[in-house]
Unconditional design. Sequence first.
Length: 343
Amino acid sequence: MHSQSKKPLFVTFQTAFRTNQLNSRKLVEFYIEEIRRLNPVVRGVIEVNPDALYQADLADKERKAKAPRSLYGLHGIPVLLKDNIATKDRLNTTAGSFALLKSIVPRDAGCSGSAISVAANMVAVSVGTETDGSILCPSSSNAVVGIKPTVGLTSRAGVIPISPRQDTIGPICRTVADAVHVLDAIVGFDYNDAEATREAAKYIPRGGYTQFLKVDALKGKRIGIEMIKEFGQVIFLAAEATNGIGDTEKAALLNLAKLTGDGFETIMRYKQLDAVVTPGSDAAPVLAIGGFPGISVPAGFDENGVPFGITFGGLKGSEPKLIEIAYGFEQATQIRKPPSFKP
């Protein structure tokens, strides 16, 4: 299933579902076998949902019955979740901690394992969370695509929180097109995260994000090479190390807002830039502090064969431009290749 088709993987899956060339049970069985075979080596998956095959059979029945939710693009396709995202089933949500083992949550809700699992084809898509680099950094290091959306564009309900100002949920996939299809599926207002998602809903374009997958979209774009050193980190770390929001923390948050407005936003607008580009995930701290979006795309390999990416970042709500740039770059370079495993 290392498809070389230029179609997004999800379009290929859904076409195969409709023509009875594939069903959800077979797809889930394939990925379970890949996890069984590769996970002892790459250690990317903590747990497989014990209800996975039951849910796959249910998806197949819904598709045959033409149930309304079977029309959604991700219906019947297995998704890997970072372990700090709650699910209303028998999966644990521990954030990697034994202290939360066997915890039960009321509703569904560092991504190195997410990125590794996608790169190794143990899953088609992973959904991760980012506070400061947890999507962009592992995506860059594993030759996969990671989208860190504008804070509030995707709901954080059910996610173990770190910083409401910076927490966001985004997809990790092998191609920009696949990641954008997932982004379309997870953006939008959620009353369980009402304040943030209501504010960011204005950024969602009519017709969704897949319309910005244009091969020639790099033409005419103004992209700045980001040369600003990380700023505000001492203040940021001090704010994150506290147990509550007092006067000191409020002052730090106000200062972060000032640094964001006087720094990144000012440069972007003054230089009339569509995006900034940095090697690896160097822009992650700046994008995190301001709640700005970013996309990491595979860019090459070093002399030891270790992959690295580049990150395109922009102002809040600039996902359409970033998608155009990232997709154009990906299609022009075609640099990604699947990892090889030594026997």
